[in-house]
Design a protein around this ligand. Structure first.
Ligand SMILES: [Ca+2]
Ligand SMILES: [Ca+2]
Ligand SMILES: [Ca+2]
Length: 367
């Protein structure tokens, strides 16, 4: 592992539909507002970003991410912009923006924004009844994007909490960082704590990355990365799957937030025949630099009984590289596939390799 998860908040969801299960959940917490948007205000980079807003009624406003595996040491990077906020008496002067939980739902660590000092404050546990362990000195102006990075080792004696704002060191703490030893989930948003309180305001988030420290790639401070969606944008080498609701395979599977909600069976590709392949070209990476990793997001369902396996592959330099296979459930669900290194070299991806990629799927029937 290295890159565990990333999100540029591009894909698929409109203002009121629930998030497709499998990535962020609890999106109903954000219903009633346009929480993924393409407006320049909402996004830092790429095509869209995330808005979390509340008008002060009791309740929470956040997205919840179940981590693919429990994490003890991690790096989190997220672009953050606060437009306005006010806290109720419960929070006093610090509003939470990100919280980590164990598998019992206990809040391990909360990252907050102090409305008086306009600095990042970090609490072991919750803000209202936890312990302040880190007080940042960088001042975050309203309506301005900042890139926040956190190095977190969860431990009751030898823990580490360090942070950066726009690449500059902000908080350094060593000691008891956590009420538990492993994080199982992460909440991001306005009032992302494990209780409903009234707080009002509007936050924006973008370019979220989560890294762990195992492996040799992307295992340290992320820098100030941008998360881009390389969208299906043309035909690939193979074209055997049936197209529904679109003339081409790439148009059937390029759904994103600007199209409205995920349309599942309405525009899709499908196949029930062993060995059939379809692949699509992908848009080029709009930035240079060495990618932290590649995350493939597939929404798939298995409408036939039996064990039809979806085999996902990447193709470049005239070579197919299998990256993942799974038996999709009977309902549409999201599958995340992390491809940390170039399968051709086992070295970090290059922009040239990413730009040349096709993404494909093959049907495999289990005997
Ligand atoms: Ca974005
Ligand atoms: Ca579609
Ligand atoms: Ca391309």
């Amino acid at each position: 592992m290295a890159l565990v998860f990333c999100d540029g908040f591009h894909i698929a969801f409109d203002s009121t539909s629930p998030m497709p299960a499998g990535i962020w959940t609890s999106a109903t917490r954000l219903s009633g507002t346009t929480y993924l948007g393409t407006d320049p205000d909402v996004k830092r980079t790429g095509r869209a970003g995330l808005r979390a807003t509340r008008s002060g009624a009791a309740g929470s406003s956040y997205l919840s991410l179940s981590l693919p595996q429990p994490l003890t040491e991690l790096f989190i990077g997220v672009a953050f912009r606060i437009s306005s906020a006010s806290a109720d008496a419960y929070y006093n002067t610090t509003v939470p923006i990100l919280a980590l939980y164990n598998n019992s739902g206990t809040t391990l660590l909360t990252i907050g924004f102090n409305l008086t000092s306009s600095a990042i404050n970090v609490y072991r546990g919750r803000i209202n009844d936890g312990t302040l362990i880190g007080t940042g000195t960088a001042t975050l102006n309203r309506d301005t994007w900042y890139y926040l990075e956190f190095k977190i080792a969860l431990n009751s004696t030898s823990g580490v909490l360090e942070s950066k704002v726009n690449g500059n060191e902000d908080i350094t703490f060593a000691g008891n960082t956590s009420a538990g030893t492993q994080a199982f989930s992460c909440n991001l948003g306005l009032t992302p704590q494990s209780f409903d309180r009234s707080a009002s305001g509007t936050y924006y988030f973008d370019d979220f990355v989560l890294l762990d420290t195992s492996g040799s790639l992307a295992n340290t401070w992320p820098g100030q990365p941008t998360v881009h969606w390389i969208a299906p944008d043309g035909p690939g080498e193979y074209d055997q799957w049936e197209k529904t609701g679109a003339d081409t395979a790439w148009e059937a599977i390029d759904d994103w937030v600007a199209d409205g909600e995920v349309d599942d069976a309405t525009t899709r590709i499908s196949s029930a025949d062993e060995g059939e392949k379809t692949s699509v070209a992908l848009s080029n990476l709009p930035v240079s630099g060495t990618p932290l990793g590649l995350q493939v997001v597939t929404r798939a369902a298995n409408e036939l009984p039996g064990a039809d396996i979806v085999q996902a592959f990447l193709r470049f330099n005239d070579e197919d590289y299998a990256i993942d296979d799974w038996i999709a459930g009977t309902s549409y669900n999201v599958r995340l596939t992390l491809v940390h290194a170039s399968p051709a070299t086992a070295e970090p991806w290059t922009k040239a390799e990413i730009d040349a990629l096709e993404l494909g799927y093959e049907v495999v029937i289990e005997e």
